[in-house]
Design a protein around this ligand. Structure first.
Ligand SMILES: Nc1nc2c(ncn2[C@@H]2O[C@H](COP(=O)(O)OP(=O)(O)OP(=O)(O)O)[C@@H](O)[C@H]2O)c(=O)[nH]1
Ligand SMILES: [Mg+2]
Length: 284
């Protein structure tokens, strides 16, 4: 009998949860940036091997801020700790344990599922990981503590081995060829949002939402994608467009290049910028 189950990654922003899911799946299913609050929805990354199937659930990083978007993101992460088989608690030894980590740990101690503590970023020299000792001392009742690198795939097999030991017998939840639950339109929107996050500064990334309007492959093989980038205010729209369209051109070109490399298709990407004051309120 094979095994199967859901495993949720929990941790504050920027610890490398999405990088870890991508490394485990072996392909980019979740976007990654050096900015906090990159992930906005629970992205599932699916791993199959002879032992069965693990569905990894990437979640938004826990963030101690009280604006509506942050609160919603925290709720999304919290909801993903229900009805699952195990939690991977990801921590980052380059940053001090603060109130956010304390809040996460309080929540984790209330869970009854097995927890594995994954101290990430082990590829960095020790001087860049000054909080390693503090991370090693974390006790949330975890069944194992691993020092991993999502970036270099260090010790990820060990993590998967431990998780399979925790999973019950069961049929796979997804067909074996499926790597994620993110649909192609959502993935396109996420990729464009990633490029916008990378190019924009300060608060602006958090005002941005991306919608795919159309995605068609023409007879000559050219794939034509139209997307709108929404922001909450007119002044952000100006910045997003940039002088003579320079910013939006850069974002579009970054996204197009990655898409062309990933798909092998020639891509035409058209981006529109619009103001939508209330997208955050409608964000669920
Ligand atoms: N050196 C190093 N950097 C890493 C590693 N894993 C992730 N990073 C970097 O850490 C930053 C954040 O990575 P993400 O995967 O987006 O982090 P996250 O936990 O998903 O963040 P949120 O979605 O905001 O919660 C990026 O710049 C990654 O390249 C790692 O193992 N080693
Ligand atoms: Mg993430």
């Amino acid at each position: 009998m094979k095994k199967s189950g859901f495993v949720t990654l929990i941790g504050r922003s920027n610890v490398g949860k999405s990088t870890l899911v991508n490394a485990l799946v072996g392909t980019k299913v979740a976007i990654v940036t050096p900015k906090p609050q990159t992930t906005r929805r629970p992205v599932r990354g699916i791993v199959n091997d002879a032992r069965g199937q693990i569905v990894f659930v990437d979640t938004p990083g826990f963030f101690l801020k009280i604006d509506p978007l942050s609160r919603r993101l925290n709720d999304i992460a919290r909801e993903q700790t229900e009805g699952i088989e195990a939690v991977v608690y990801v921590v980052d030894p380059t940053r001090e344990i603060g109130p956010e980590e304390d809040a996460i740990q309080k929540r984790l101690r209330q869970l009854t599922v097995p927890i594995i503590l994954a101290i990430n970023k082990s590829d960095l020299p020790v001087e860049e990981r000054p909080h390693l000792k503090a991370m090693r001392a974390i006790d949330v009742g975890q069944i194992a503590t691993l020092e991993i690198s999502a970036l270099n795939h260090q010790d990820l097999n060990r993590l998967v081995d431990i998780l399979f030991e925790q999973l019950p017998d069961g049929e796979p939840f997804y067909p074996e060829h499926q790597l994620t639950d993110v649909g192609s339109k959502e993935w396109l929107a996420e990729l464009i949002r990633e490029k916008a996050f990378m190019r924009l500064q300060r608060e602006i990334p958090y005002t941005v939402h991306v919608n795919i309007v159309s995605d068609e492959t023409r007879e000559d093989g050219l794939r034509s994608i139209e997307a709108e980038i929404r922001t909450t205010e007119e002044r952000y729209k100006k910045i997003l467009i940039g002088a003579e369209g320079s910013m939006i051109k850069r974002i579009g070109s970054d996204a197009r290049k990655e898409l062309e490399a990933a798909t092998g298709q020639k891509i035409y990407l058209h981006l529109e910028v619009d103001v939508d004051r209330d997208w955050q309120k409608r964000f669920v």
